[in-house]
Design a protein around this ligand. Structure first.
Ligand code: ATP
Length: 239
């Protein structure tokens, strides 16, 4: 049997006395889009950050491609070709779009810079138009595109996306999710997507998990979760 690309087992994460994750188990297989949905404060961002090594898991194990990364420094984890587009985008606001993309490519030692830049322009034509504009002057949707493109410039094997739809207009959310779908379908990119926007995330994902107060309460295919009465009542109705 093939092993998962990312395996999170019994992961507990604390902020001082506050326990944010109570022993989370979750797998992401190569070629999948897996989503983690949950309400505000459920611990979604904490899990994503714990995978990247900051904060550290106080218990449990995280394996990436069979390697134990639980105690590895964050910069070494990134070298393993895990890229993150964090919540709130965190692009470099005073740098231009071009410079932001250069920063992403640093992890790949600029080996494929020119060709990858063209790929980003094909995916996000807006970024080409805004190439010499500072990141901070872009619209929310453009900043999200830049955050994803910057992550892709490192040529990740696993892309971690934290709430890419946050604060964006429905049309822009559609564009962003279409790009994620294409990256997965055409290039086979493996994606772990954290979202409050449960409907779009579950439609897109092959599989999903529901996080409630730091514990996984449900798991299933995207379709199973979309059709689950519990998920409908808690995350879909009225949303
Ligand atoms: P959101 O969608 O609002 O980002 P989330 O599901 O990502 O929510 P987290 O941000 O991971 O949730 O927060 C999980 C819990 O940990 C919350 O109770 C939060 O208050 C707490 N928490 C998060 N960051 C810190 C921190 N730096 N220090 C202390 N507590 C924190």
């Amino acid at each position: 049997m093939s092993k998962p690309m990312l395996s999170v087992a019994g992961v507990k994460t604390q902020y001082g006395k506050i326990i944010a994750l109570h022993g989370v188990d979750l797998d992401v297989n190569e070629g999948e889009i897996v989503t983690l949905i949950g309400a505000n404060g459920a611990g979604k961002s904490t899990l994503m950050m714990t995978i990247c090594g900051t904060p550290r898991a106080s218990e449990g194990r995280i394996l990436f491609e069979g390697r134990d990364i639980t105690h590895m420094p964050t910069h070494e984890i990134m070298r393993l070709k895990i890229a993150q587009s964090p919540e709130g985008r965190r692009i470099f606001p005073r740098m231009t779009v071009y410079e932001n993309l250069q920063m992403g490519a640093a992890m790949d030692d600029y080996a494929h810079f020119e060709g990858d830049l063209e790929r980003m322009f094909d995916m996000f034509p807006r970024l080409k138009e805004r190439l010499h504009q500072r990141g901070g002057t872009l619209s929310g949707g453009e900043q999200q595109m830049l955050a994803i493109a910057r992550a892709l410039m490192s040529r990740p094997r696993l892309l971690l996306l934290d709430e890419p739809s946050l604060g964006l207009a429905p049309l822009v959310v559609r564009q962003i999710f279409d790009v994620i779908r294409e990256l997965n379908a055409i290039e086979g990119l493996t994606v772990f997507l954290v979202e409050q926007n449960a409907y779009h995330a579950l439609k897109l994902a092959h599989r999903g998990y529901v996080l409630v107060n730091g514990s996984i309460t449900m798991a299933g295919t995207g379709r199973e979760l979309l059709e689950s009465p519990e998920v409908k009542a808690a995350y879909l109705e009225g949303g």
